[in-house]
Design a protein around this ligand. Structure first.
Ligand code: 3PG
Length: 306
């Protein structure tokens, strides 16, 4: 059996070694396709694969059509909006993610970005501190929970909105549950986005919510660019010169935003949240174990398609 690791943005070498060990110990062959530049490379490589490990790599119907032997795809990470689940199901392929394995890395980056924003992008002027500020966490999943844990160390007051998470779970973490999205934005100086990109959330954070933020509000997006209504964001930033937006993935209109709002926006050139060797090891090895468990024993505990 062949397991293809196809990563346009590669794992750290130490993680690849760990993945290799798991795959080869199971008696399977590891095939590595890193930093590929064309979709054709993926289409060619996937032809002989029984299992596939990816990151944000796009796996659409064309990939499933080409992958005649494919039985399982594991997205080494949390968000699986890059995989066409319906096409996977039509082809009888199991799709899984590795929830929680890279969440601390993303949560730490939230604070890297928050500090950068409140210190005025390190431009030499006096900024402000996170201590004493209010933080609103938009979705209390694995990343949101790590963000809450770290925020307490900074002395922030933390609240969270998550209609899919019971209030008790939020409260047990020492976080105040919030029940309306308007309140989340209205009541918090810093808002951190952790919603997945779904039909429900795409373009859902725009002008109306962003302009509810208090003076000097900072919006941090380490989730997905798709959840932002970019023209709404642009309008909000132009009307409110006190607001800042920092994101771990360039918006489609990044150039315009950088030009119009210099010093108030910052974007990583490539998604960096999960780019630590620890997260690569955790998510990569979990993915390898999940591929083996499925191919060998039919275990599909982390399946996301039915
Ligand atoms: C995730 O959904 O797990 C994160 O966005 C990380 O994505 P990446 O593996 O492409 O860095």
């Amino acid at each position: 059996m062949k397991v293809l690791v196809a990563t346009e943005k590669p794992f750290a070498a130490v993680a690849v070694n760990g993945i290799r060990e798991v795959i080869e110990n199971a008696g399977y062959e590891l095939v590595l396709l890193e930093k590929y530049s064309s979709k054709q490379d993926l289409l060619d490589a996937v032809k002989a694969a029984d299992g596939l490990i990816i990151r944000s790599d796009k796996v659409d119907a064309q990939v499933f059509d080409a992958a005649k032997n494919l039985k399982i795809v594991v997205r080494a990470g949390a968000g699986y909006d890059n995989v066409d689940l319906a096409a996977a199901t039509v082809h009888g392929v199991c799709v899984e993610n590795t929830p929680g394995q890279n969440s601390n890395a993303v949560a730490e980056l939230v604070f890297g970005m928050a500090i950068m924003a409140v210190r005025n992008m390190y431009n030499g002027t006096s900024g402000s501190e996170l201590k004493g500020k209010s933080l609103g966490i938009h979705a209390f999943g694995q990343v949101g929970r790590n963000v809450a844990r770290i925020a307490k160390g900074f002395g922030m007051s933390v609240s969270a909105l998550d209609p899919y998470c019971p209030d008790e779970v939020i409260a047990e973490a020492g976080v105040t549950p919030i029940h309306s999205v308007e309140d989340l934005y209205k009541n918090n100086q810093v808002v951190s986005l952790h919603i997945p990109a779904t039909d429900e959330t795409r373009n859902s954070v725009g002008y109306d919510l962003i302009t509810l933020m208090p003076k000097n509000g900072v919006l941090i997006n380490t989730a997905r660019k798709e959840v932002i209504d970019e023209e709404g964001l642009r309008k909000a930033l132009s009307e409110r010169s006190d607001l800042k937006y920092v994101a771990d993935i360039r918006p489609d209109i990044a150039n315009e935003l950088e030009e119009e709002f210099a010093g108030r926006v910052f974007f990583t050139p490539k998604k960096m949240g999960a780019q630590t060797s620890e997260a690569n090891i955790n998510a990569g090895i979990a993915a390898a174990n999940q591929v083996v468990a499925f191919l060998r024993d039919g275990i599909d505990r982390f399946r996301v398609n039915r």
